[in-house]
Design a binder for this molecule. Structure first.
Ligand SMILES: [Zn+2]
Ligand SMILES: [Zn+2]
Length: 557
């Protein structure tokens, strides 16, 4: 496909994921037959994918043109940007580029997945590299994780600014401020396209500063005498620092639970991002203290079933359990789609006599977003003067509000992509010129399959319709041998006699259907199975109004 992208004065941009949903960010730039990938993240599966937790972007375009792939740059270490690398790298085998903290996390993830051959090159967040026809200039940006970077990509005389996730926090707690001077210097003549974060494009004003959260948390914590649990995103190192400093001010000692949080903290320590004014104790030591000196930071702000807070709320955690008088503070936003899971954790906590505080309940600032609000986006555009805005990183709604903001700001051109749009960026203009097929992959228990794999469709269907399994033994003459067997799942309550009669009806229907068949037809296994399947399913629909997935095995004896 990429052979058709022949304009030598153009840089082509193809979002393979993340431009119709939150998560699964995977972006491709093409010039002179070569490709550069930016980010490779995962998404969280909802109830449409039974048995599946994680989704990945489909990298088929990159895989098919693997020899032309000069490398992959990861803008920062959030799962929606980095999380698919370990799953997909074996298909791509390309060189990886990342800033120090991002590279540290990436290395750990690859090691956990036993990937030893991947080469990660650490880049300076304010540095430059040349990759084949692409020249990349990085710019440090503030975000809710250290070492995030934007990248200006130049090829064929065309420039594109790929923002990654960012905001204009005037005083970040961990990591650098957004480098205004570098943006202005790199984009003194404007950029042909700005490809940017749409998450908060509908939110007026500014995100605020991580440094305000320490005071906000302190004011909130100071109200309580019970033990305090705070949950946030593991990777938000600045937030972890704010929480630990607020704890110190309030005379509380801190323990941390949750593997991902411990992993992130150890990466942050290796990168020198944790200052020595905070300290972390063992859980045992903290639990021995009086309640008003206890602070436990835990994973699970999104209701993840296996995270520490969810286990604690269910009473399943080995090291710690709640008691009445405890307080749980959510220092995080709810990612759309996680509401039900989070509510279930909250309900467990409240039932156990625990007070739950979310950013909405507190009059203090206990959370700020890592993504830019409208005034910040406008300010950045002022520095880099985009000739075209291409909104990415969001659902249709966020992409459209981002586009609307650009039109209001009189950006000369706005192009709203879909996943798979092939966008030609030239000095003369930007337009969608083609489309490639995209999709999602699903991480099943031991393999990666397409998200529309029949097994997933079948699981989804079984949830709603139930299932009936039957088997019947037939001899060579077409006579039934022994008693047939029929079992249903998800149709009846076996402890209820009236319900059991329904299963009897289905069983009788199966036998009647067999008896009604002509002798010649009974010699054809496929024919028998299909006739019985239709009869059982029709009967179930008559009685229950459900068409269960029905499977009949014919055993020829
Ligand atoms: Zn993101
Ligand atoms: Zn992010």
């Amino acid at each position: 496909m990429i052979e058709t992208l022949t304009n030598k004065q153009a840089l082509y941009f193809i979002p393979l994921g993340g431009s119709e949903q939150f998560g699964v960010n995977l972006n491709v730039y093409v010039h002179a037959g070569k490709m550069l990938a930016v980010d490779c993240g995962l998404g969280f599966a909802d109830e449409r994918f039974p048995g599946i937790d994680l989704l990945l972007p489909d990298p088929e375009l990159l895989e098919e043109n693997r020899d032309q792939l000069v490398g992959m740059f990861i803008t920062h270490a959030h799962e929606d940007h980095i999380g698919a690398v370990a799953h997909l790298w074996p298909r791509l085998k390309c060189p990886l580029y990342a800033t120090p903290f991002t590279a540290n996390i990436l290395k750990r993830k690859l090691e956990e997945n036993d990937i030893k051959k991947a080469k990660i090159t650490i880049v300076d967040p304010a540095g430059e590299i040349d990759l084949g026809p692409f020249s990349l200039s990085f710019v440090p940006v503030a975000h809710s994780i250290p070492d995030a970077a934007s990248v200006v990509i130049r090829a064929g005389g065309v420039s594109a600014l790929h923002s990654g996730d960012w905001n204009l926090d005037p005083a970040p707690v961990a990591g650098a401020k957004t480098d205004k001077a570098r943006f202005k210097a790199l984009c003194a003549d404007g950029v042909d396209a700005y490809i940017g974060d749409s998450t908060n494009s509908g939110v007026p004003g500014r995100a605020g500063s991580e440094s305000e959260v320490e005071d906000g948390l302190y004011s909130e914590i100071a109200k309580y005498h019970g033990r305090i649990f705070v949950t946030t995103f593991s990777s938000n190192i600045g937030r972890l620092m704010s929480i630990m400093r607020a704890a110190k001010l309030a005379g509380r000692k801190v323990a941390v639970v949750g593997r991902s949080m411990q992993r992130m903290l150890s990466a942050a320590m290796e990168c020198g991002l944790i200052s020595d004014d905070v300290d972390i104790l063992d859980m045992d030591a903290v639990l021995k203290l009086p309640d008003d000196q206890v602070m436990i930071i835990c994973t699970g702000s999104q209701g993840e079933a296996r995270a520490a807070l969810s286990k604690i709320a269910r009473g399943d955690h080995k090291a710690v359990s709640t008691k009445p008088g405890d307080v749980v503070i959510y220092s995080a936003r709810t990612i759309p789609g996680n509401e039900l899971a989070i509510n279930s954790v909250k309900n467990n906590l409240i039932q156990a006599g625990v007070r739950v505080v979310t950013p909405r309940d507190s009059q203090h600032k206990i959370h700020v977003s890592g993504h830019p609000c409208q005034d910040e986006i406008l300010e950045l555009w002022n520095w880099v003067k985009p000739r075209c805005v291409i909104p990415v990183h969001g659902e249709r709604e966020q992409l459209d509000t981002h586009a609307q903001l650009a039109r209001t700001a009189q950006v000369p051109n706005v192009v709203v992509p879909q996943n798979g749009s092939v966008i030609e960026i030239t000095a003369q203009g930007v337009s969608i010129v083609d489309h490639v097929v995209t999709g999602l992959l699903a991480v099943d228990q031991k393999r990666v399959i397409t998200a529309h794999h029949r097994s997933i469709t079948a699981r989804r269907k079984l949830q709603y319709t139930g299932t009936a399994f039957g088997s019947i033994a037939v001899n060579a003459k077409g006579k039934m041998v022994g008693d047939p067997f029929l079992e249903t799942v998800g149709l009846i309550d076996e402890s209820d006699d009236a319900d059991l009669k329904i299963e009897d009806h289905l069983y009788d229907t199966m036998i009647e259907a067999f008896d009604d068949m002509r002798a010649a037809d009974r010699k054809d296994d496929g024919f028998v199975a299909e006739a019985l399947r239709i009869a059982v399913r029709r009967k179930a629909n008559q009685i229950l109004g459900l068409r269960p997935k029905t499977i009949i095995h014919v055993i020829r004896v």
